[in-house]
Design a protein around this ligand. Structure first.
Ligand SMILES: [Zn+2]
Length: 443
């Protein structure tokens, strides 16, 4: 539907431009002549001339809608600016120029007119098509609206579900907190009972010591040991000999700290020291702590203020190499060798039952049985046999003890430091034995 052919396009544009210029000149003249209303001009012309200047025609001429006739143009100029022959001649000339351009553009104007008509005749099917499209869009829009409504409803449902879940979670947390508090209260009560029991045991042990002191006539082992300037003692013994328990009691009676390798490891790991970090990595890999780490931790511990007078070292040294290296930084007063038969090690360790809830809840099927066979008296957790306490593991622990640790006894015996006691019997009986042995060795 091209309006302009190549080459004759300019005629139409030139005509349209000249028409616009013509209309603008008329507007200028109108404004220059005090811009009378079109109605006024129409009335004036009606009275003075046979040429009709209608309001709509004046509007069309001033807006450049079409080129008015020469008579119309001259009459309009006359009505605006008065009967000035020179001005009228100018406008006649101006009109002719526009008219000339209009003539040249006639083929294009015709084509344009045709195309407008074609567009109009083509319109109905297009409109039909558009109507169909519009209808389709409406339908689509309707579907989308429904979808949005559906999604919104779903979102609301989801939100209410989430809210319900949140409320439920809060209820559960609240209940769990209450339960935990209850359990803690109960555990605290149990702990008090255990402490009271421990205090009773200690009292009994104290009593026994006092009795041994008064009956022996001479100064008691405790008194003799109390006069010693230093009490640097290493405890040695097979697994299950009760070194830890004895060390704890002896520490209390002798006023020197119980330095256990287990505690050193734990405190170094908790404090995140360089040694602790190294040890932690190795433990996590299931590897053995190397001698230099054991020695460094031990040296650190024994240099602490509370260990200046003495200590009860338990868990180190573990082999002759460590013992020799330790001689470099510490002079010992005694090595307490706690002996028990192998069967006893097995009976003691395989009889141990540990609580799944708390590994500090330890029972023994013979020495400290739980009230119910497999339930913890303290927290009702399940009791079980630790992997470490299974017969196979105990066998290999014993083998390591005899091959690696036992030889340190010979190393220390050479310096006359070793004193051996039997680890069998009640705890306080063994403690009394140990005190006697140490007093004999040191004091
Ligand atoms: Zn428990």
């Amino acid at each position: 539907m091209s309006v302009a052919e190549p080459g004759d396009h300019d005629h139409l544009r030139e005509y349209e431009e000249s028409l616009t210029g013509f209309a603008e000149a008329l507007q200028d003249l109108h404004i220059h002549c005090d811009a009378p209303t079109f109605r006024e001009i129409e009335t004036r012309a009606k009275a003075a001339s046979r040429v009709t200047l209608s309001v709509s025609a004046i509007s069309e001429a001033l807006n450049g809608k079409r080129l008015p006739s020469i008579d119309f143009t001259l009459e309009l100029v006359k009505q605006l600016a008065g009967d000035d022959p020179k001005l009228l001649q100018e406008w006649r000339q101006r009109w002719r120029l526009v008219k000339l351009r209009q003539r040249k553009a006639i083929p294009q104007l015709r084509a344009k007119k045709r195309s407008v008509i074609e567009t109009r005749t083509l319109a109905p099917p297009d409109i039909e098509n558009l109507r169909t499209q519009e209808l389709q869009y409406h339908q689509k829009a309707e579907l989308l609206r429904e979808k949005v409504a559906r999604l919104r409803a779903e979102a609301e449902t989801t939100e209410s579900l989430v809210n319900e879940a949140k409320a439920e979670a809060q209820r559960i947390i609240k209940a769990a907190k209450a339960e935990a508090l209850d359990m803690r209260t109960k555990a605290d009560a149990e702990l008090i009972k255990v402490r009271e029991h421990a205090a009773e045991l200690l009292y009994a042990a104290d009593e026994a010591l006092r009795r041994s002191q008064t009956t022996s006539g001479e100064a008691s082992p405790a008194a003799r040991l109390g006069r010693c300037a230093t009490l640097r003692v290493v405890l040695v013994g097979p697994p299950g000999a009760g070194k830890g328990v004895q060390a704890a009691f002896l520490a209390k009676y002798l006023g020197v700290p119980h330095a256990s390798l287990g505690d050193m490891l734990r405190s170094n790991i908790v404090q995140g020291t360089r040694l602790g970090r190294t040890a932690k990595k190795l433990i996590e890999k299931g590897q053995l702590i190397p001698d230099e780490v054991v020695l460094a931790m031990t040296e650190d511990r024994l240099r602490q203020h509370d260990a200046q007078r003495g200590f009860l070292l338990d868990g180190a040294p573990r082999n002759v190499g460590q013992a020799v290296a330790m001689d470099e930084f510490i002079t010992l007063d005694a090595v307490l060798d706690v002996e028990i038969p192998e069967e006893e090690t097995f009976q003691r360790l395989t009889g141990r039952r540990v609580c799944r809830h708390d590994s500090s809840h330890v029972f023994h099927v013979v020495y400290n049985p739980a009230k119910s066979y497999d339930t913890c008296d303290l927290c009702c957790g399940m009791l079980y046999l630790r992997e470490d306490d299974s017969e196979g593991v105990i066998r290999s622990r014993l083998d390591v003890y005899y091959s690696d640790t036992r030889p340190i006894i010979d190393h220390y015996r050479a310096s006359g430091l070793v004193t051996t006691i039997h680890g069998l019997g009640k705890v306080h009986e063994v403690t009394e034995r140990a005190m006697e042995a140490l007093a004999g060795a040191i004091a």
